[in-house]
Design a protein. Structure first.
Lengths: 173, 292, 779
């Protein structure tokens, strides 16, 4: 049955993959079902909550809104790719480390998408202001934290290498 | 997920010419899909009624920002993130840069295209008021020809536009003659981010010898499609900037605005807030005049 | 970015290898602790951060089918026929109806009146009528649409007002799900000569939990093992109770396993019983494991919400602002079935009079049935509704009698030795004055109010400050904890892990972390050596539901006691000495296991001494302990757009011992954000009883750009009967934001808004209602 679907090549977390899928299948479903990368979550299916956020060719996208055909040849990074060598004793991504220390994750369901949005944010703004953090994460809804611990986590990760004052943290707008 | 991916065909011919040939051969059969931020939402809700779709994503001719002497041209496939990253747009078309920042979130802006926003034709479209205030033209292309029309003539009804079945929106052209204009743009949404506009107002105008000239006012969510507010423009044009202008402007916009009650707001709220936004713009002008 | 070696956080263990002091000495709740109070990493945090945590939708069972639900499209009616469109090959599907229920067709909550599947009639929109299962989930969508249900519609009651007219009776004899009368003193006599009588009516809307993970369940059935469900849920034994009844099975043939749960807030307290039964019916009938995971639209339309409320206050006050008498009429909308409404009403009743001294009270509380989706548990459980009314009303009293709202509260605060509305003696310290001082100072309240009073007239943006004072009772109400009779404890596995045995679940709030902290602390061992036993009814005792801010206080105490009991067992029977190393501890455990087969210590709930509660008169010790708080909101109202935004927020509270500083802060901040949504953004739009805005794009919750800076401050007065001194914390932060925000709006604009959610359209309507003159419109 699947022979009637095109083969789509993409690179996910550094690994070349090839899937046969209906071209309108959502990238989200290809990641979760075909590639069994279930770290990426579905919260709304309409691009509102950001739980399915992944990075595609260096940009943040909602994978629920991408027909997989449009990901042909693309490079995708999911939460599983943030700390690629974890199983072999490698390091966590600084954002993961900061979320753990600062209480950035509660129930955890928004966390994978939030981390990808935060990773994109820090790449675009290595020393983000509070306004940039708020805007960069505005597409990722979290119902547990009220965002304060998340802002603090992002600031902590971003300032790890510099000596910015953490005290200004989430208490500035 | 209420849609069934297997029920839809999607192809990506890869070049503009191939897409145009395809829709010329079977007019009305193929639904173009660019960044997917609208159609994929409909797909998820089981409301996508297009069995055949053709992808415009990744076609280079559609994704560009180009400056000529008299105009700035934007490919219809330019994403809102592209617009926000353009220093040229930030400098010369600040209203458009601001409108681009209103689109959903970063993850939406990386995919949503300017052309998609216009072709979708929501009355609440974020980019439309700014484009109307800048007197934009749109370029429409098909396998047979290309044509340019004022953007103000593009929308012809609720979610309907001037495109023929074999045509695509190709580019948006913005004249470079607004450097001296005063401008205004404000959106009132359901929240600060990830919000659909309840009402938005854009304005450009020249102030000469204390009077208003070349007034362009445009709004979102005040009619069935994004539109200029010609009667308000008439009520303001040529008049000296004075307190009385506010009363004239308000009564004109209260007459011209024909919003609806819907799940996001009420008609009465939209009318009154539109009048308040106009007043805010006029008060800014008044303040500037008094200072100078 | 520089990498951080993974080893760092894996060995973050807040302990030394040798306990510094005998564990018995830490029975004092004020003792210095190593682990309790320390910011240890969240127990399951690492898995959540690397994407390997399995939520229910991430799980696939061999041969698994998918399930879907055919729902009522009308709010009330008789089902006349159900027909199946012949275009579908129904032989491929499993179809389940009420006739397939082997046991009782009712969800087992307080009163079992809610059908598992509608049987002949429907009482609300989106009520489940029929279930379908198929191996291909896409085929289900079409099939659900191909089932035609014909109804004889009956008139529907959709509001409290329609229900209380009692022209049509939809539940019981009078549409009343539950009523309470709380009376003390003589309200009429006290009101007769009062200097002031102040009246007001206050309303709150429904609110959706909007956990980011929708409700979901997987069920498997076999004749030998009975039924097993895996799912997103708060209370394994609630689901267990319903499945036992629906499938008519003995305890041991029902097994409920909680999967990692992506947010709940009460929304996975009662509803999972229904969904578990549905998935179970399809699994039993199809012979396959069946997964049912709702999409967002179905979850929003068909699952529980916070009860809407209407509270009327009539308050007698003396010339100095002392409260003399309160007459309160409290009504909540319970929806179509009883579900948990009686207990929600109870908590609303017990929080309706605020943290104040008032000698004369008459409070009539009723939960009304309507033809809407049954309202259910939601963080605060009736208290936010009642507190909104009381605290909004306090500002109206202050305005009416010309007293500063802060001063009015101060003059009436409860103190240690006072009695509250149920005449419960405040035996523990009450530090409301101190909390208030702190909140005013931290927020710069007085200086800001003075500044705004000067600046507002010149600005289109009007700013204001608002305060709410409140308490929240920890644990089940009255005798509830005695009825629950919770059992919890710890055991030690042969591979040297101490396991916490509870049915209290993790859904983001930190259960795993605080209970393992408590066990490690009490046992004098490392945090790393303690884990949670899987939340699986085959392995855990019933320590009650994960609700009512009871986990840290009630269950935490049980774990503290069970841990100390284990040490005593090891000392008595396995030679453990007062000071021991990790190796000595586990060696003693091994020794004990050889003699006794297993190492397990369980404790049963014991009420604190002197607790007396009269369920009939609503009199006595309503809660063993209260958490106390003062919240302050700084609000800006834009008169161009009529929108109110919270600019900054201060949450000052006393919650007993803070077990984990980061998690506790996270609880408060998250609750405040949800409370801000409740006040200003979140509106459930019902059209003929169906939620019309059942999409995230139309049900608006605050984003990262909308939540203001939230400042959290704790005062700690350890409660001697709570786990290491803890009281409840989870619900408290939802109580205060709405009244504080609306009070700030009143301060900013001078306008009393008495209903939430207060959307810009509502503020516009309130403001323009005062303008008499129509604005000219050009012809």
């Amino acid at each position: 049955m699947s022979a009637r679907w095109p083969t789509i090549q993409l690179t996910v977390n550094g690994r070349p993959c090839s899937v046969e899928a209906p071209p309108m299948k959502r990238l989200l479903d290809v990641l979760r079902e075909d590639l069994r990368l279930t770290g990426t979550k579905e919260g709304c299916g309409e691009g509102e909550c950001g739980s399915c956020s992944v990075r595609m060719d260096g940009e943040l996208v909602n994978s629920c809104l991408i027909p997989v055909l449009q990901a042909e040849g693309a490079t995708i990074q999911t939460v599983e790719g943030l700390a690629p060598n974890l199983e072999s004793g490698g390091a966590l991504h600084p954002l993961q480390e900061a979320f753990l220390q600062c209480g950035g994750a509660q129930c955890g369901i928004c966390t994978p998408g939030m981390l990808m949005a935060a990773a994109q944010l820090i790449e675009n703004h290595p020393h983000p202001t509070m306004a940039e953090i708020r805007e960069g994460l505005a597409g990722n809804l979290c119902r547990c934290t009220g965002f304060m611990r998340i802002f603090e986590s992002v600031l902590a990760a971003a300032t790890q290498a510099s000596d910015r004052n953490l005290e200004q943290a989430p208490h500035a707008r | 997920m209420r849609g069934n991916a297997e029920a839809h065909e999607l192809i990506a011919p890869g070049s503009l010419a191939a897409v145009l040939d395809l829709i010329a051969a079977e007019p009305g059969v193929w639904t173009p899909i660019a960044g997917g931020t609208e159609l994929m939402v409909a797909h998820a809700a089981g409301r996508l009624n297009s069995p055949k779709l053709v992808s415009l994503w990744g076609i280079p001719e559609l994704r560009l920002v180009r400056a000529a002497e008299a105009e700035i041209s934007l490919g219809a496939g330019t994403t809102f993130l592209d617009l926000r990253r353009s220093a040229l747009i930030a400098k010369e078309l600040p209203l458009l840069a601001k409108a681009a920042s209103w689109i959903g979130s970063i993850a939406n802006q990386s995919r949503a295209t300017l052309g998609g926003n216009l072709v979708n034709g929501s009355p609440a479209a974020d980019s439309s008021p700014a484009l109307l205030a800048y007197d934009a033209e749109v370029e429409i292309i098909s396998a047979r020809a290309s044509r340019r029309i004022p953007y103000s003539k593009f929308h012809i009804g609720y979610k309907s536009n001037a495109l023929a079945a074999d045509e695509l929106l190709y580019a948006i052209h913005l004249p470079r003659r607004f450097a001296q204009h005063r401008h205004y743009l404000r959106k009132v949404g359901t929240r600060r981010a990830m919000a659909i506009s309840k009402v938005a107002l854009a304005a450009t105008a020249l102030v000469e010898s204390g009077s208003l000239r070349e007034v362009r006012l445009a709004a979102a969510s005040l009619a069935a499609f994004p539109t200029r507010l010609y009667r308000v423009e008439d009520a303001l044009s040529g008049r000296p900037i004075a307190k009385e202008l506010i009363r004239a402007g308000r009564s004109a916009i209260l007459a011209e605005a024909l919003p609806i009650d819907d799940i996001r707001s009420t008609a009465e709220y939209r009318r009154r807030v539109a009048a308040n936004l106009l007043e805010e713009f006029l008060l800014e002008l008044l303040g500037n005049e008094e200072r100078s | 970015m520089p990498a951080v070696p993974v080893a760092l956080h894996c060995v973050v263990c807040y302990a030394s290898t040798r306990a510094e002091f005998p564990a018995y000495s830490i029975m004092s709740t004020t003792a210095t602790t190593r682990i309790v109070g320390a910011p240890v990493p969240r127990k399951e945090g690492l898995d959540k951060l690397v994407g390997r945590t399995q939520y229910v939708d991430d799980i696939k069972r061999a041969g698994m089918w998918y399930g879907a639900t055919v729902r009522s499209t009308i709010p009330r009616g008789i089902i006349q026929s159900i027909t199946f469109d012949p275009r579908i090959d129904w032989a491929e599907f499993t179809i389940a109806t009420a006739a397939d229920v082997p046991g009782k067709n009712h969800i087992q909550l307080i009163v079992a009146d809610q059908p598992c599947l509608a049987d002949g009639r429907v009482n609300h929109c989106d009520e489940a009528i029929l279930l379908l299962a198929h191996p291909d989930r896409h085929k289900l969508l079409e099939a659900v649409d191909a089932v035609r249900v014909e109804y004889e519609p009956l008139p529907a009651l959709l509001t409290i007002e329609e229900s209380e007219k009692q022209n049509d009776i939809i539940l019981g004899e009078d549409n009343i799900i539950k009523s309470f009368l709380l009376e003390k003193g003589d309200v009429d006599a006290a009101s007769a000569n009062a200097a002031h009588i102040v009246e007001g009516e206050y309303r709150t809307g429904a609110q959706e939990h909007l956990y980011i993970e929708n409700n979901g369940m997987i069920a498997e059935w076999s004749a030998e093992d009975g039924i097993t469900v895996w799912g997103s849920l708060q209370c394994p034994y609630y689901v267990h109770k319903t499945l036992r009844a629906v499938f008519d099975l003995p305890d041991e043939k029902v097994r409920v396993i909680q999967t990692e749960t992506g947010g709940a807030f009460g929304g996975k307290e009662d509803f999972p019983s229904t969904l578990g039964a549905h998935a179970g019916l399809l699994a039993m009938k199809s012979g396959h494991p069946v997964k049912m995971v709702y999409d967002r639209m179905e979850d929003l339309a068909a699952t529980t919400k916070r009860h809407p409320s209407r509270v009327r206050h009539r308050t007698a006050v003396d010339k100095d602002g002392k409260l003399l008498a309160m007459e309160i009429d409290l009504a909540i909308d319970g929806g179509a079935y009883s579900t948990l409404s009686s207990t929600v009403l109870s908590r609303a009743t017990l929080h309706a009079c605020g943290p104040y001294v008032c000698p004369n009270i008459r409070l009539n509380a009723r939960a009304w049935a309507t033809n809407t989706v049954p309202y259910g548990a939601f963080r605060g459980f009736g208290a936010p509704q009642a507190i909104f009314a009381m605290e909004r009303h306090m500002d109206e009293i202050a305005a009416a009698i010309g007293v500063d709202p802060i001063e009015l509260r101060r003059r009436n605060f409860l103190h240690e030795g006072d009695k509250n509305a149920t005449e419960q003696l405040m035996r523990e310290p009450v530090i409301l004055d101190q909390l208030l001082d702190c909140a005013l100072k931290e927020s710069g309240y007085h200086a800001k109010r003075a500044r705004y009073a000067r600046e507002n007239s010149k600005s289109a943006v009007k700013r204001g400050m608002g305060v709410a004072a409140f308490y929240h009772g920890s644990g089940f109400t009255g005798s509830g904890e005695l009825y629950l009779n919770s059992l919890a404890g710890v055991d030690v596995t042969p591979d040297s892990k101490v396991r916490v045995l509870v049915s209290n679940t993790e859904f983001g709030q930190g259960t795993n972390t605080i209970l393992t902290q408590i066990a490690a602390e009490a046992l004098g061992i490392d945090f790393c050596d303690v884990v949670m036993a899987p939340a699986d009814t085959a392995h855990i005792p019933n320590s009650g539901p994960t609700v009512a801010s009871r986990t840290s206080m009630v269950v935490g105490r049980l774990i503290e006691r069970a841990s100390l009991q284990l040490l005593a067992m090891l000392r008595e029977h396995a030679g453990l000495t007062d000071h021991f190393s990790r190796e000595e501890f586990f060696a003693a455990c091994a020794h004990y296991r050889e003699a006794h087969g297993k190492v397990e210590s369980l404790c049963r709930y014991e009420a604190p001494p002197g607790i007396y509660w009269d369920d009939k008169k609503y009199h006595g010790e309503a809660y063993p302990a209260y958490a106390w708080a003062i919240y302050v909101a700084q609000v800006a109202v834009d008169t161009v757009t009529y929108s109110a935004e919270v600019e900054e927020f201060w949450a000052v509270q006393e919650v007993g011992r803070v077990l984990h500083p980061v998690l506790a802060k996270g609880q408060i901040e998250g609750g405040v954000a949800q409370g801000i949504g409740y006040a200003l953004y979140e509106k459930v739009v019902l059209k003929n009883g169906h939620m019309a805005n059942n999409q995230m794009t139309n049900y608006i919750i605050p984003t990262a750009e909308d939540v203001p800076p939230i400042h959290v401050h704790f005062e700690e007065i350890p409660f001697r009967y709570g786990g290491f001194g803890a009281k409840g914390i989870g619900e408290l932060p939802h109580d205060g934001p709405a009244p504080a925000i609306l009070n700030a709006i009143r301060d900013a604009t001078g306008i009393a808004c008495n209903a939430i959610p207060l959307l810009p359209e509502d503020l516009f309507a309130t403001l323009t209602a005062r303008e008499r003159v129509e604005e000219p419109v050009a012809l």
